[in-house]
Design a protein. Structure first.
Length: 279
């Protein structure tokens, strides 16, 4: 009787090694997140069902250069962009096997996200705008050209201020326009940071603020051809308000559209001075 009791206890202790009875071996990963060239990547491939332990292997196809399959995880640093199709097989302790196809996309390093977060409602007082960046990677310098409706707002004199330490700041101001060049001395930025701030004062009340922005980012990287990112965007509220003669920025500055387009092209072609590679 004692021997039977010991056997039952041993069986109960081993029960945790089994998955749900009848559950087939399968992989749980529906898709893979994108990888970024030159940045470390790690993604675990999860299996369920069958009998542990699991064994993973590459069944067909090709992994990106720099990525390997290690103990059920894709790890490494990809060295080239592209889409890579492959199949991963998993087998269990009962020698059951299942295979699933995957696609891993390796992309270029994305540009940082830039915002000044202007108010989305009407304005009756001065507005402090803070230029911020998120998703920075080894960011060494930033050039920003921001324009607004000169009939509705003016730049407060002396209000442009850099945020943070060890920053070289150059500004160029004209009616309805501000250019700010920032270089980070002896360091680079990663992640989320506020770069600079300035103040606009309304010339009409109420007013709505619409900002056109052209931004050039310079990052430190191994490939010189991929150090620069260019972004053109707009944000704010551009709804004309009743009872004012405020016009939208694109209506006030139509005559400058071709000029700004030409400057964009010249900047890309190198005929306008780009941000120095060694600020």
């Amino acid at each position: 009787m004692l021997g039977v009791l010991v056997l039952l206890i041993n069986l109960a202790a081993c029960a945790g090694e089994f998955d749900t009875v009848g559950e087939a071996l399968r992989l749980l990963q529906p898709s893979l997140p994108n990888a970024i060239v030159g940045e470390p990547y790690e993604q675990q491939i999860h299996a369920t069902g069958g009998l542990r332990p699991y064994t993973f292997r590459l069944d067909s196809g090709r992994l990106p250069e720099g990525i390997t399959l290690q103990n059920g995880a894709l790890r490494g640093t990809p060295t080239a962009t592209g889409q890579y199709d492959f199949s991963i097989a998993v087998s269990d302790g009962n020698l059951n096997k299942t295979v699933q196809e995957f696609r891993l996309t390796v992309t270029e390093v994305p540009p940082p996200t830039f915002t000044m977060a202007p108010p989305q409602t009407e304005v009756r007082d001065s507005v402090t705008l803070r230029a911020a960046v998120t998703g920075a990677r080894s960011l060494a310098a930033v050039r920003t050209l921001v324009t607004w409706d000169p009939a509705a707002f003016r730049l407060r004199e002396g209000s442009v201020v850099a945020t943070g330490r060890d920053v070289a700041l150059l500004t160029s101001e004209s009616e309805g326009q501000l250019q700010v060049d920032l270089a980070f001395l002896g360091r680079t930025l990663d992640g989320e940071h506020t770069l600079f701030s300035f103040v606009l004062e309304p010339l009409v009340e109420p007013a709505t603020l619409w900002l056109d922005q052209r931004v050039e980012f310079l990052s430190r990287g191994a490939d010189p051809s991929k150090r620069h990112h260019f972004v053109r965007q707009s944000e704010g509220s551009r709804t004309p308000l009743p009872g004012t003669d405020q016009r939208r920025p694109d209506q006030n500055q139509d005559e400058h559209q071709d000029e700004r387009h030409d400057e964009d092209q010249e900047l890309r072609d190198g005929t306008l001075p780009p941000i120095d590679g060694e600020p």
